[in-house]
Write a protein that binds this ligand. Structure first.
Ligand code: UD1
Ligand code: CA
Length: 450
């Protein structure tokens, strides 16, 4: 049997935040969710999250993960004390226990798998991940004998000058034989600078304890402050972007681009500078996105160009061009080969194929057919101050510049709406609708003089 315990009870004082540290987001997920995810490959039988500071917030945030059990650590007396709280919960548990610090979010599932494998193959009492860091400041230092067995872990603040020279650090990622760990927990002291029960002290009593160096020390980066959070975000982004570039995506100035790991990209997609792709977004083959776009929870088919625009919760069909400066939101569906141009906002609207909304428009709660031409400055007045109402515009209709549709209103197919019209009544197919004051010309008119 395999269980995982995640240490998430601390406040994270160095974050200087009202939010508990492990709930800070790193891209699309919180730190603690990422810690849980790093055990995906070893599929533990039990998942325990140790909570204390603002524990309800953490419980709420992890509500959607049904299998997680919460263990209370009322007072945070150290990482060893946190593990002591597991004892009543793992009374009958026989097997290995993975322990992860909740603030180590970049750990790869493959690395956790390797840790467990090494631990089990060698029959260790404990196995822990270590790394040689160019700058080990802040981390506990791991001391080993000639057989690579751990003899001691000394926290940074407890190290003497000679010990500080050791660059081999404790990643805060362990696999323990639970029976053996449980036996030695009562031996922990608070004999250290912070007067806390340190989990790391158990290596003094367990045997054998093996250290496993990680190949890529970036993945064990711990987050203690917001500077480290930003560095971790960069590491995560580099991983995501590198993988997409290797899969056939071109990025111009990748440093200025961000992509959530939930995003999917087709082949020959080009992403231009200052573009951000978030949530459940899918971008089809041959699309060119950017510069300057934010696309979230949206699906774009093939060969779509988007320039300086924001698209949320929408679907766009192939060969459509969007922008510059367009905003699609609230489940818009755009057909094939359409054009949505400069300063156009579209909300909760369905648009057919080959339809153009090229300049300065607002379409809300509308349904437009195929081959509609929406003239510059066309607006749907969809809100009467209480409710939103629909506007329907049929195939092949042309709306003149600066027309207003006062919803609810239905415009038929092949209709021409004269420029500057305020349309308040339905218009039948193949007709001309004109709703404006006739132009008056008074010849030879002069302004009065004083
Ligand atoms: C810890 C390790 C250190 C290691 C480093 C790696 C100890 C004593 N030290 O130090 O050797 O190099 O991680 O990142 O373990 N927590 C609780 N309850 C507590 C105290 C802490 O749940 O009473 C949780 C925190 O919420 C956090 C994790 O344990 O998620 C680690 O605590 P933190 O104080 O950040 O330990 P470090 O000083 O980083
Ligand atoms: Ca830490």
């Amino acid at each position: 049997m395999l269980a995982v315990a995640i240490l998430a009870a601390g406040k994270g004082t160095r974050m200087k935040s009202k939010l508990p540290k492990v709930l800070h987001p790193l891209g699309s997920k919180s730190l603690v969710e990422r810690a849980i995810d790093s055990c995906n490959l070893v599929s533990p039988d039990r998942q325990l999250v140790i909570i204390g500071y603002e524990g309800d917030k953490i419980e709420n945030a992890l509500n959607h993960l049904q299998r997680v059990e919460f263990v209370q650590q009322k007072e945070q007396l150290g990482t060893g004390h946190a593990i002591m709280q597991l004892v009543p919960h793992l009374e009958d548990f026989i097997g290995d226990l993975i322990v992860l610090n909740g603030d180590v979010p970049l750990l790869r599932p493959e690395t956790v798998e390797k840790l467990v494998k090494t631990h089990q193959e060698n029959g260790n009492a404990a196995t822990l991940l270590t790394a040689n860091l160019p700058n080990p400041t802040g981390y506990g230092r791991v001391f080993c004998d000639q057989n690579n067995l751990v003899t001691q872990i000394v926290e940074d603040r407890d190290c003497n000058t000679a010990q500080k020279q050791n660059k081999r650090i404790n990643a805060g990622v362990y696999c323990f034989n639970w029976q053996k760990l449980r036996e030695v927990l009562p031996k922990l002291s608070t004999n250290n600078d912070q007067q806390e029960y340190y989990l790391t002290e158990v290596v003094d009593y367990l045997n054998p304890v093996m250290a496993l160096d990680v190949d890529d020390h970036l993945e064990i980066s711990g987050i203690n402050d917001r500077r480290q959070l930003a560095v971790a975000y960069d590491i995560l982004q580099a991983r995501i972007k590198e993988a997409w570039m290797m899969a056939g995506v071109t990025m111009i100035d990748p440093d200025s681009i961000t992509i959530d790991e939930t995003v999917e990209l087709g082949t020959d997609v080009t992403i231009e500078p200052q573009t951000h792709l978030r949530g459940n977004t899918i971008i089809g083959d041959g699309c060119k996105i950017g510069p300057g776009c934010l696309i979230e929870n949206s699906e774009l088919e093939e060969n779509i160009c988007v320039l300086y625009s924001v698209i949320s919760d929408s679907r766009v069909s192939s060969n459509t061009r969007i922008g510059p400066y367009a905003h699609l939101r609230g489940s818009v569906q755009l057909g094939e080969n359409c054009r949505v141009g400069n300063f156009v906002e579209i909300k909760k609207t369905i648009i057919g194929n080959n339809t153009n909304v090229a300049h300065l428009s607002y379409l809300g709660d509308a349904t437009l057919g195929n081959k509609v031409n929406v003239g510059a400055g066309t607006i749907t007045a969809n809100y009467d101050g209480v409710k939103k109402h629909p506007t329907i515009i049929g195939d092949g209709t042309k709306t003149g510049s600066n027309s207003v549709f006062v919803a609810p209103v239905t415009i038929g197919e092949g209709v021409t709406v004269a420029a500057g019209s305020v349309i308040t009544h339905d218009v039948p197919d193949h007709s001309l609708a004109i709703a404006r004051e006739k132009q008056k010309v008074i010849e030879g008119w002069k302004m009065k003089s004083k």
